[in-house]
Design a protein around this ligand. Structure first.
Ligand SMILES: [Zn+2]
Length: 204
């Protein structure tokens, strides 16, 4: 089975079977949708593929989600078009973000996380050290970390935090975007050099 999130202009999802392989394309507007919604989409698509009746409850759940996200979807597209050029190379003077990501992925996630776009921030921001941007599917790390006096574990800690955002998709609560659930925080505490990293960030 191959599943891709695709930058469809509308919420559009396709499924087809070719040479014994299932090809699924979901709109990238659905990236970060709650698991119950993704489950509903899977149900609807599989029912279509096998020409079985679609469960009304599942279809309803999917439609309500899409309707509720109509406006934010448009905003998302706009951001995506306007901001496309801001994604720069992952390589820096000292650290290569993709290399750091791949290493952490092996060490902590069994290599299972799909690597998003990786980029350094434009400025050496101390205000925003890192963030995951779902509209670009990109992890952005402050360029302040691309320096030889920055220990690798400090950069790794920031990256690990953003990788946890990939693993624990943001649940929109009002206007709050960055939600650190109890599970998120428990997993963050598993980072081996947590204390050293936090101490370093204080003097950064
Ligand atoms: Zn966060």
């Amino acid at each position: 089975m191959r599943l891709h999130f695709y930058p469809f202009a509308n919420v559009n999802n396709t499924i087809r079977m070719r040479e014994g392989r299932l090809h699924v394309r979901l709109s990238d507007l659905l990236e970060g949708a709650p698991e119950s919604v993704l489950h509903a989409i899977a149900h609807v698509l599989l029912a279509k593929l096998y020409r079985k009746p679609v469960d009304a409850g599942q279809l309803g759940r999917y439609r309500r989600y899409v309707a509720g996200h109509d406006i934010s979807a448009k905003a998302h597209l706009l951001r995506q078009m306007r901001g496309r050029k801001r994604i720069g190379p992952a390589g820096g003077d000292v650290y290569h973000l993709e290399e750091v990501f791949d290493d952490l992925n092996q060490r902590f996630f069994h290599g299972l996380l799909a690597r998003p776009q990786m980029t350094w921030s434009q400025s050496k921001s101390r205000h925003s050290l890192g963030h995951y941007d779902p509209s670009h599917n990109a992890i952005v790390i402050s360029r302040v970390f691309d320096h030889s006096r920055v220990p690798r574990y400090a950069l790794e800690y920031i990256m690990y935090h953003e990788m946890l955002h990939l693993r624990h998709p943001v649940k929109l609560k009002g206007s709050r975007r960055c939600v650190h659930s109890k599970e998120f925080l428990a997993e963050e505490r598993l980072f081996p050099q947590l204390r050293e990293a936090k101490a370093f960030l204080k003097v950064l």
